[in-house]
Design a protein around this ligand. Structure first.
Ligand SMILES: Nc1ncnc2c1ncn2[C@@H]1O[C@H](COP(=O)(O)OP(=O)(O)OP(=O)(O)O)[C@@H](O)[C@H]1O
Length: 402
């Protein structure tokens, strides 16, 4: 087990990196084993480990569990931080909301600590349970060994690594017991009202074969563009969905029939323009261009962002912007006529569908500029579209350098 674990870390983590490794540590057995194994691996390589524990605030005892987890992590030699879910707790879909909040909190804390990789303790049992839940009609996905954080924009630049996917939960617990460890058993696991707990209970009486770890997705053969993405027309459905998602900067990729229809239309070779999931798709003989749909402004998309001096924020899920002085960011549509002459000239070099959805900045005096077009760097913009697409489609399959 330890050799396999080391092999996964060796394969996915950057040799010589000194940035911290973040570990999602719930206090349960799986993530306690993960934390111990990670600490041993990292100590030999001089890498700090940051244990992150999310308190969802759903059980009156959770504050105590979190304090115990922090104490345990520190005792083992990790830095440790507690993160609290303070948002509204919905009456329905609570576990999905808790999961989304957990991913956002973990990714933000990891990124702010300078970590590019967040390790999670999913095991072979999680894969078996997910498979059983899918067989009963659930949409639970198969946890991947390496994937970008699903939280957006909080998870930008953060990858999830699940190095224990081939290990059975019982093997981890035996390993911990041999080392005299004890851990928290989450009472939610015993609640047979949840599909997850039912799947777990059903598997307990079987000895199922663990399916092999799925391969990483194959990246598209070609992709171009920074503010819009250009893909070949025979891109796979997963690549087309990722291109829509990343070009649009949203959090929900297209799925199902609508995605299938778009893929079929792309394969047909016809020239067309379509919109899907906040993206505009312009298909011609050369390929398909995926760009933010300017009309989304009327449907609550492209929402303005206000930044204080020195503050960093993400506008429209596509641009990370830091300004030296206070500014408001809006779509360039409607502002372009007020740009300085040099920026107007620079704008002409962009494809027509890209121009209205670039960011425009309005300063305290009402002057208009665009961080993408301006020569000076008083406003810094990082374009997230291409980087997110590369993370989603398997171009980046190891811890990146920056
Ligand atoms: N409260 C928490 N704080 C920190 N990390 C956590 C917490 N809960 C879960 N994790 C991390 O996520 C891993 C998987 O946990 P669990 O199976 O409970 O989540 P899950 O709901 O299956 O997650 P996902 O839906 O993301 O696959 C844990 O081993 C741990 O690394």
């Amino acid at each position: 087990m330890i050799e396999d674990f080391h092999a996964v870390l060796q394969r996915r983590l950057r040799p010589g990196a000194t940035t911290p490794l973040a570990v999602g540590f719930s206090g349960g057995g799986d993530s306690l084993a993960l934390l111990r194994l990670t600490l041993d691996w990292a100590a030999a390589r001089g890498r700090p480990v940051l244990a992150l524990t999310v308190d969802h605030g759903l059980n009156p005892a959770s504050q105590g569990w979190t304090a115990d987890a922090l104490a345990k992590a520190r005792d083992l030699g990790a830095d440790a931080r507690a993160l609290r879910w303070t948002g509204d707790k919905p009456a329905t879909g609570l576990s999905a909301a808790a999961r989304a909040a957990r991913h956002a909190l973990l990714a933000t804390a990891a990124r702010e600590a300078g970590a590019r990789v967040l390790l999670l303790g999913h095991t072979a049992d999680d894969r078996l349970e997910a498979a059983r839940m899918r067989a009963e009609g659930s949409t639970t996905s198969d946890p991947r060994q390496w994937a970008p954080s699903p939280a957006w924009p909080e998870g930008r630049s953060v990858f999830l690594l699940r190095p224990l996917l081939a290990v059975r939960r019982q093997a981890l617990r035996d390993w911990l017991t041999e080392r005299g460890e004890t851990w928290l058993e989450d009472p939610a696991n015993a609640d047979l009202g949840s599909a997850r707990a039912r799947a777990r209970a059903a598997l307990a009486s079987e000895d199922p074969a663990v399916p092999p770890i799925p391969l990483d997705p194959s990246p598209p053969l070609a992709v171009e563009g920074e503010h819009a993405l250009r893909l070949p027309r025979d891109a796979s459905a997963a690549q087309v969905a990722a291109a829509c998602l990343c070009a649009a900067g949203t959090t929900a990729p297209p799925r199902g029939d609508r995605l299938e229809r778009l893929v079929t239309r792309l394969r047909s070779g016809d020239a067309f323009t379509a919109t899907l999931a906040g993206a505009r798709i312009v298909a011609d003989a050369a390929g398909a261009l995926f760009v933010r749909e300017a009309g989304e402004g009327g449907r609550g998309g492209l929402a303005p962002l206000t930044l204080a001096a020195g503050e960093t924020g993400v506008w429209d899920g596509r641009y990370e912007i830091t300004a030296q002085a206070a500014i408001a960011i809006r779509a360039l549509a409607g502002l372009a006529r007020r740009l300085p002459a040099d920026e107007t000239a620079a704008l002409k070099r962009f494809p027509a569908p890209v121009r209205p959805v670039l960011p425009g900045a309005i300063d305290a005096a009402g002057a208009i500029s665009s961080p993408i077009l301006a020569g000076d760097r008083a406003i810094r913009a990082r374009v997230l579209i291409r980087e997110r697409f590369e993370a989603a489609t398997g171009f980046i399959d190891q811890e990146p350098a920056t």
